[in-house]
Write a new protein. Structure first.
Length: 383
């Protein structure tokens, strides 16, 4: 082997080591992101493969060849598992076991029996398949961050093609037994592609993770932690700057006598009541409707492209469904009620604040009228 080839091989090892350390360091700062640890371990296995293969180049023994195959194929199987874990949040173990198990079952026997040429063909082929499968995981998850995920898919695909090219050249030569490690132009090209791809994959992986963390923090800032609904800030971010038209309604709900529930049953029961109402609320809305907890026991819903009769029926369905729910407590079953008021915008368009205020006034009228009822604002008719 030439010095240039050995230098390229060591450069791959250095790139993989840097990627592993970077991912591991990032995981230490955010241990809930377990896919980072899987990625770091996969890159570490590639580092081990590089140095084992370097030793095989100098002394092509079967044991070193088997170790080389094992480290590379298990490492790539873990990359596949990490990509799946990143995309879906599921466990990487099934893909690691299936990908590693099948590839090793095919690639190791020829090497163990002395047919190292055939073994290297299979190793490169399955390395390519595992990398193509990894690229497919990023492609499936491209909706999250299109530019970054498609870029990662492209880099994994390019690396896969380089391994497939190595397998093709070995198959074309047709040598089942080699006296030394494979040495041809495809191997050189593959190392160059791996070096470039490893650097790009590392950068994209970190960018994807940082983007996900930023979206996670923003989602937390806009979500009510108790009920999982949007919070007041999120509702105003969505509608605060837009005029409310004649066929858009705002409904405000307020749980009746909620302070008495907290005083008699405790705040834990009060929290459970809020969560039950949130589920009832979400269960009676259309996918296009937006629900939020405004604070305390007050909730709001925005319904677009709707009519007064539809809004009133929806609010009544929520009211009656909640009144029928029995909530178990230490002091026995508890039933609760809710009051609601709703208002529409106008043809000319009203500010969201004004429509929300009108719905609030209708809510207070429902409270004064005896609670457990739905009241419409004068803005209820589309003009």
């Amino acid at each position: 082997m030439s010095l240039d080839y050995n230098s390229l091989l060591l450069a791959v090892g250095f790139s993989a080591a840097c990627l592993s350390l970077t991912l591991f360091g990032t995981w230490l700062t955010a241990r809930t992101d377990k896919f980072l640890l899987t990625w770091a371990l996969s890159a570490l296995l590639v580092v081990g493969e590089v140095f084992t293969y370097d030793a095989y180049i100098d002394a092509p023994r079967r044991g070193l060849g088997i170790a080389t195959f094992t480290l590379l194929l298990v490492g790539f199987s873990m990359m596949l598992g990490a990509a799946y874990q990143f995309r879906s949040g599921g466990s990487p173990i099934p893909r690691v076991l299936i990908g590693g198990g099948i590839s090793l079952a095919v690639a190791l026997p020829p090497m163990a029996l002395g047919y190292n040429g055939l073994g290297f063909m299979f190793e490169n082929l399955f390395a390519a398949l595992l990398l193509f499968a990894t690229a497919a995981e990023y492609w499936k998850g491209r909706a999250e961050a299109p530019a970054l995920t498609i870029g990662a898919a492209a880099l994994y695909s390019a690396t896969a093609m380089s391994f497939l090219l190595c397998a093709t050249v070995l198959a074309w030569d047709g040598k089942l037994i080699l006296s030394h490690a494979p040495r041809n132009w495809a191997e050189d090209l593959s190392l160059i592609v791996v070096i470039a791809s490893m650097t790009g994959i590392g950068a994209l992986s970190l960018a994807l993770n940082q983007g996900r963390l930023a979206r996670h923090h923003r989602r937390n800032a806009l979500t009510d932690q108790l009920t999982g609904l949007l919070n007041r800030r999120a509702l105003f971010d969505l509608f605060g700057d837009s005029p409310v038209g004649a066929f858009t309604a705002v409904v405000v709900f307020d749980l009746d006598s909620f302070k008495a529930i907290n005083d008699e049953f405790g705040h834990a029961t009060g929290d459970e009541v809020l969560k039950v109402f949130a589920k009832v609320l979400a269960g009676n809305l259309r996918p296009t409707d937006v629900a939020a907890r405004m604070g305390g026991e007050e909730f709001a819903v925005v319904l677009k492209r709707t009519l007064p009769e539809t809004v009133e029926n929806t609010a009544e369905a929520i009211r009656t469904s909640f009144a029928a729910r029995r909530i178990d407590t230490e002091n026995g079953p508890l039933t609760c009620t809710v009051s609601a008021g709703f208002a529409f915008g106008t043809k000319e368009g009203l500010s969201f604040d004004k429509v929300l205020s009108a719905a609030d006034k209708a809510l207070y009228a429902a409270k004064r009228g005896g609670r457990n009822r739905v009241t419409a604002s004068p803005f209820r008719r589309a003009s």
